[in-house]
Design a protein around this ligand. Structure first.
Ligand SMILES: C[S@@+](CC[C@H](N)C(=O)[O-])C[C@H]1O[C@@H](n2cnc3c(N)ncnc32)[C@H](O)[C@@H]1O
Length: 371
């Protein structure tokens, strides 16, 4: 692929949706596949242990910061068979999260994709999906219509975005903490007393000798938060809740780049002469910088202006070369509850899931090859 001019490409990588779509491609990223496998296996254990799932009424699910909806369809389709009375589905995202594909908000796009999935028999909906536009980190926007609570809240990979809306305060630790507390508190407010909140975010945990390879680089250059799970757990404990954790590791692939290709990434003046592999790499690098605070400038353009784009690219290049074509993302899959009774079962389920992680990783790799 040759792009017309550099301006065209700059506009592309300033666009969140374009970079996110690249990141989501299942052939190059195991993260969502593995998350869906874990949710399927967790729900099979919830069914066995009679926990969390509603037996006599639809299970109410809230997907927080749902994004454009394909992943929402994937994971809810995986757990649908364990929900005897079907799903009452609610989703929420930022009002300014707009899907390029539909021109509508992410929340509305997701609600419509869920409806289509139900029509195609992938899952059973007990009512029409409800989309709510809400800022998770600030202000008084509620995540669900007044009076509603959820049996399952799913919150995946949006905690890092607390910094985007902070403007000049984006690196102020107190402002970051206040924004993340607001998010956890909003979710807590709509979580049923016997319900489950699943949170999935990149972790800096290396207790098993494996370290994530995204945040250490993106934190150093762009300030990306690498400790969202720890911050969530600390707030949940303050609120009197319980957290069980499963750590998961998945690859993000950067195929087909030779030395000349990597070099071109470092020079914005050459961005009009990128091939497909380089276009993918640039979108991915911009996405995993996790800095969309300036709509007029991508994270990579900011780094280039500061003379730091070349070392940023070099660090990822070296990791990709060492691993033979990918970088490793390590995430914490946190299962959170308000009730001690539920928490005891979740601890046991987290243990069982961790024990089977090798099988899940093999399934993920096979699915990536098929995609
Ligand atoms: C990496 S995506 C994750 C989407 C989906 N949950 C997933 O795991 O694929 C991050 C999401 O956070 C949303 N987001 C960013 N800022 C937000 C805010 N202030 N309030 C609510 N959601 C926000 C984005 O619109 C986007 O959908």
């Amino acid at each position: 692929m040759q792009l017309g001019d550099r301006g065209e490409f700059s506009a592309q990588i300033r666009d969140y949706d374009t970079c996110f779509v690249e990141f989501l491609k299942p052939s190059g990223n195991g993260q969502k596949i593995l998350q869906s496998i874990l949710l399927r296996e967790a729900f099979s254990l919830f069914a066995l242990q009679a926990v969390v799932i509603k037996q006599n009424a639809p299970t109410v699910i809230l997907d927080v910061s749902c994004g454009p909806g394909d992943y929402s369809v994937t994971w809810t389709s995986q757990i649908a068979r364990f929900l005897p009375k079907g799903i009452a589905f609610y989703c929420t995202d930022y009002p300014e999260g707009i899907s390029r594909e539909t021109g509508e908000t992410y929340a509305m796009t997701t609600a419509k994709k869920m409806e289509a999935a139900a029509e195609n028999g992938k899952l059973r909906l007990a009512q029409a999906p409800v989309a709510t536009n809400a800022d998770l980190f600030f202000g008084d926007d509620a995540l669900m219509p007044s009076g509603k609570t959820a049996n399952i809240v799913h919150w995946s990979h949006s905690g890092y975005h607390v910094r985007d809306a902070l403007g000049a305060a984006r690196n102020d630790p107190r402002a970051i903490e206040a924004g993340l507390h607001a998010a956890v508190d909003k979710i807590w407010a709509v979580l049923d007393e016997m319900g489950l909140m699943v949170s999935v975010h990149e972790t800096r945990d290396n207790s098993d000798g494996i370290q994530s390879q995204i945040a250490p680089v993106s934190r150093k250059y762009c300030g990306k938060l690498d400790d969202v799970p720890e911050r969530i757990a600390a707030r949940i404990e303050q609120l009197g809740g319980y957290v069980a954790v499963v750590n998961v590791v998945s690859p993000l692939k950067f195929p087909g780049l030779d030395d000349a290709g990597w070099e071109r990434l470092k020079r914005p003046a050459q961005w009009d002469r990128l091939n497909m592999s380089a276009v993918r790499a640039l979108r991915l690098l911009n996405f995993i910088a996790y800095d969309f605070s300036d709509p007029g400038k991508s994270a990579l353009e900011t780094l280039a202006e500061d003379g730091r784009l070349a070392p940023f690219v070099n660090e990822y290049k070296s990791i990709v070369a060492t691993n033979g074509g990918h970088i490793v993302a390590k995430c914490a899959f946190q299962m959170i509850s308000k009730s001690q009774q539920v928490a005891k079962k979740l601890d046991d389920i987290a243990f069982q899931l961790t024990e089977k992680m090798r099988d899940f990783s093999e399934e993920m790799a096979a699915e990536m090859r098929r995609s």
